[in-house]
Ligand binder design. Structure first.
Ligand code: BGC
Length: 740
């Protein structure tokens, strides 16, 4: 529709119809029954609200989308179609590894390609807007939502954010893509104590520097929507935060798309204690520039009244309504309210072999080999396909539930468990025993406990399961032990204070190790875990995260050496839960270890090191490689110029491999305290056996900018250090001078 016609359409709308555009309701409100029971009644939503409602939450399936759209348009006076919005977080029916895993690939080009495939699959089935990517910088592994995020680093997260948006939206004009909604704006990853929905509070400088850049990257990449977060920002909930939503997002960043709340966040302003009731909450949110109220009746029930009372200018409603109409127009809904979705189109693209193999390829880059000790003089992995007697043990060994909490629509019938995949590799069923359940007691999951186990609960007692596993293990050389968290222990509202593996899983590993076997742990989990208990009982650890549809095959690809692992951690693994939050880009302190103070009076703990067990950027491969000869093209850099850092990468083995070469920078003296290192570049570099290659990074003045003492954004002349390495701990360095 031409913009003039769209304006004319808005001109015909009543106030109630304009308000309606700002209301999002879920599928329950569009059910077959016309009686307002269930969700509608609970929400205080009337049939009149439903008739003018602007968008739909979490309904999928082309037939259902068409049915709801048709029924709605028939009743709608001005025939303004509904966009269908849903959480397509890391896959639709074909499910990719969780975002934290994908970030471990350091392969943002692949992320872009994957998300384009995801968008095509979901759009064919009626999804028009996805509530993704989530790019909350996550440094506290106690927080369950770290599985949805690209890790602890602002730079890597920003690149991931842009890639995901470009992937989702790439085919938007041709009807293949979906509009992307970046979330949760802003700072949600910094909830205190890692506790879900908790307070976030920090200096503006830190907020801008460490937390805002991934959202900004998504906005710069063209994300059409932004979702507010549940948390406070400087003690004002994001959903009522004018500074955040107007000054930063709209005025500074120039965002002109739609702002939508997270689920019921306007109503929650009352519980935050910043609004006395829903009416005041609605006023605060609309004033802050929040366009769509997701799933409450706060806007529907109150905005028109607020205008009538003179407390709100109708222009504020028109501002939001116009943005929603522009989005609908851009989605082409006035021409085709279904955006071409159909059951046939959906079936043609769902879980196609090329999609499933793209998941397998993503896994090959996302899974992280954490340990590979020598056993009888050679590394525990890879396993031999013949001649090594293998057993597969553990609650995840024969599970297709390896997709993670947000894979709501994943079609598990296309997944193979590790057991099935291993049988395909070996040509026979491997010896197998479940060994134990993931959790001994799932009662803490409350009403969600009914989803626990996914129907795979074993009627046998823990003792019987264990006895069977030990008997199976006794007859083989090597036990592959598939352990992990329960899928519902991470994801939204999946915060934990103790992020170790359950004791009974560690005990099983110990008993198997005591039989004198080679033990290879494959871990399925949604967060970095504390693995110090497990470490003495295993010879190798492969972190598989929740690897998605092709996860079983991908794990076997790595176990048997058909794929040489190249994943590197996007989030540090702690020694102990008490180190949280843990991240490599620590700030300088006045009492560093190795500084002028000695012994007790330096920054640290009495009972744990400062560093985690495995640092950001870390991961092993089957080949061995070295970085040598780090050098700079000059020892000074001026604004507008480029300094080139070069290092020699040598593959010292007879195996081809891929390394993630990482560039870190340190500003040695700043007007404010600066991090001890910050990632500023990375490259995945493939080498052949014995090959040496030169790897170069360009460094510019822009890469050295930060929020200075006077809160301007820029660099400061002076001494800098460049570090290049295979992870955030082991780095060689050279210095240069930034000249003003
Ligand atoms: C989550 C969001 C999600 C929304 C809609 C909320 O509970 O925080 O990430 O997009 O629900 O399902």
């Amino acid at each position: 529709m031409k913009e003039d016609d769209l304006r004319a359409l808005m001109g015909q709308m009543t106030l109630a119809e304009k308000v309606g555009q700002l209301v999002q309701l879920d599928g329950g409100c569009f059910g077959a029954s016309d009686v307002a029971t269930g969700p509608r009644a609970k929400l205080g939503v009337t049939q009149a609200d439903v008739d003018v409602c602007g968008s739909v939450l979490n309904v999928l399936g082309a037939d259902e989308v068409r049915r709801i759209q048709d029924a709605y348009l028939e009743r709608s006076r001005l025939k303004v179609p509904l966009p269908f919005m849903a959480d397509i977080i890391y896959g639709y029916q074909t499910c990719y590894p969780i975002p934290l895993a994908q970030a471990c690939s350091f392969d943002t080009d692949r992320v872009r390609d994957n998300y384009a495939l995801v968008a095509e699959e979901a759009a064919a089935d009626g999804c028009m807007v996805t509530f993704s990517p989530a790019v909350d910088v996550a440094r506290d592994a106690r927080w369950g939502r770290v599985m949805e995020m690209p890790g602890e680093d602002p730079y890597l997260s920003a690149r991931f954010a842009a890639a995901a948006v470009e992937g989702f939206q790439g085919g938007l004009d041709e009807g293949r893509g979906m509009a992307a909604c970046v979330k949760h704006f802003a700072g949600y990853g910094a909830v205190e104590g890692g506790r879900e929905y908790n307070t976030v509070d920090m200096s503006e400088r830190r907020f801008r520097q460490d937390y805002l850049s991934p959202y900004k990257a998504a906005v710069d990449a063209g994300a059409r929507l932004v979702m507010t977060s549940f948390n406070t920002v400087d003690m004002v909930p994001a959903t009522a935060n004018e500074w955040l939503m107007r000054d930063v997002l709209r005025d500074e960043w120039g965002f002109d798309g739609v702002v939508i709340t997270d689920y019921a966040a306007i109503h929650e302003l009352v519980f935050h204690g910043v609004a006395a009731d829903d009416r005041e909450a609605a006023l605060l949110a609309i004033r802050a520039g929040v366009d769509i109220d997701m799933k409450t009746s706060c806007y529907a029930a109150n905005l028109a009244g607020l205008v009538a009372e003179g407390l709100l200018d109708e222009a504020a409603i028109e501002e939001g309504c116009w943005r929603v109409l522009l989005l609908k127009n851009e989605l082409g809904l006035f021409e085709d309210p279904y955006r071409g979705c159909s059951a046939e189109r959906a079936a043609a693209v769902a879980c196609t072999p090329d999609r499933i193999s793209s998941v397998r390829e993503m896994c090959a880059e996302s899974l992280v080999l954490l340990e590979n000790k020598d056993v009888d003089g050679s590394p525990a992995l890879p396993l031999a396909k013949v001649g090594e007697r293998l057993a597969l043990v553990g609650p995840y060994a024969d599970s297709q539930d390896i997709v993670g909490m947000w894979a709501i629509h994943a079609d598990r019938s296309h997944s193979r468990s590790v057991r099935e995949a291993m049988a395909a590799v070996l040509g026979h069923d491997p010896a197998y025993a479940k060994g134990c359940e993931t959790l001994l007691d799932v009662s803490f999951l409350g009403s969600f406990a009914k989803f626990a186990g996914g129907g795979s609960e074993d009627p046998r007692t823990p003792e019987e399961l264990e006895a069977e596993a030990l008997a199976v293990a006794a007859g083989v050389d090597t036990v592959v032990l598939c352990l992990g968290e329960h899928m519902l222990q991470s994801g939204e509202a999946g915060a934990r204070t103790d992020i170790r593996l359950p004791d009974h899983q560690v005990a099983l590993a110990a008993k198997i190790k005591a039989l004198g076997k080679k033990v290879v742990a494959v871990l399925f989990n949604g967060r970095p875990l504390v693995l110090t208990d497990l470490l003495p009982h295993v010879d190798a650890i492969l972190e598989a995260w929740y690897p998605g549809t092709a996860g079983g095959d991908a794990v076997c690809d790595i176990l048997f050496g058909d794929v040489n692992p190249s994943g590197r951690l996007a989030m540090s693994f702690p020694e102990t839960s008490g180190q949280m939050p843990l991240y490599y880009a620590q700030f300088s302190t006045g009492r560093p270890k190795g500084g002028s103070h000695e012994g007790r009076f330096v920054t640290g703990y009495l009972d744990a090191p400062n560093e985690g067990l495995y640092p950001f950027g870390y991961g092993l491969s089957y080949h061995s490689a070295r970085l040598t000869g780090l050098r700079l093209s000059a020892d000074t850099l001026r604004p507008g110029e480029t300094l080139r850092a070069t290092v020699t990468l040598s593959n010292d083995s007879d195996i081809a491999g891929t390394d993630v070469v990482q560039l870190y920078v340190r500003d040695l003296v700043g007007s404010v305290v600066r991090p001890i290192k910050e990632l500023r570049g990375y490259q995945r570099v493939a080498t052949r056996p014995g090959e040496r290659v030169e790897v170069s990074f360009d460094i510019t003045e822009e890469m050295l900018r930060f929020w200075r003492r006077d809160m301007t954004y820029g660099s400061e002349p002076g001494a800098f250090q460049v570090m290049v390495g295979f992870n955030s701990q082991t780095t060689a360095s050279v210095d240069f001078e930034l000249v003003g």
